[in-house]
Design a protein around this ligand. Structure first.
Ligand code: CO
Length: 211
């Protein structure tokens, strides 16, 4: 266990050496500042590392992760990240990326008490309630779970669009696109749910059509 811990620091030293060998001014350039085009809102799951799965370099993706990639209107952490990303960094895209096999979403399909996380899961249970007709009609449990993951992303993108931060950005014609993705842990492939929102008009269209 101690060896494993120590290996992390050794890995860091090796990575720095390797990086500097390729580009001696790499860290000098990074230290000048960031202008990432993307804000990523993803799950805290250790198997979904934002940069790695989209081939993005340090400096490209501003990241917020929590259990089940939720956008909760009273979450001051998420709102602070979103505010900074939109109003200071001026990101062009906000991606909500869920993943199949999400433990948070799976827990929301049960009535088991887990602990303090139950209060967080409560919001995911609300997503089930909004879509219970569609979800209850899916008899295969795995398929129902997969669809619930997708619908949860859909709802988080909708909630994102309705934050005052995004509403104000669109109001002043700031270009910012919201996207919903689902990552497949078992194959590495990202499914674009094609629910991109660019303004309140597209929000209304998606609201009517569903997903
Ligand atoms: Co997850």
């Amino acid at each position: 266990m101690e060896n494993y811990y120590k290996s992390l620091l050794d890995n860091n030293k090796a990575w720095v050496a390797e990086t500097l060998e390729k580009d001696a001014s790499y860290f000098d350039n990074l230290a000048k500042g960031q202008q990432p085009p993307v804000l990523w809102i993803g799950c805290a799951d250790s198997r979904v590392p934002a940069n790695q799965i989209i081939g993005a370099q340090p400096g490209e993706v501003f990241v917020h992760r929590n259990i089940a990639n939720m956008v909760i209107h009273s979450d001051i952490n998420m709102l602070s990240v979103l505010d900074y990303a939109v109003n200071v960094l001026k990101v062009k895209h906000v991606i909500v990326c869920g993943h199949y096999g999400c433990g948070g979403v799976q827990t929301a399909m049960t009535n088991k008490q887990v602990g303090i996380i139950d209060n967080w899961i409560r919001h995911i249970k609300d997503v089930y309630r909004f879509h219970k007709d569609e979800l209850n009609a899916i008899s295969n449990e795995q398929e129902r779970f997969d669809r619930f993951v997708e619908l949860n992303v859909f709802e988080q993108v909708q909630d994102l669009a309705k934050t005052s931060i995004i509403q104000n950005a669109w109001e002043r014609k700031q270009e910012i696109h919201l996207h919903g993705w689902v990552y497949g842990i078992n194959n590495g492939i990202i499914k674009d749910l094609d629910i991109t929102l660019r303004d309140n008009h597209s929000l209304e269209v998606v609201d009517q059509v569903g997903v």
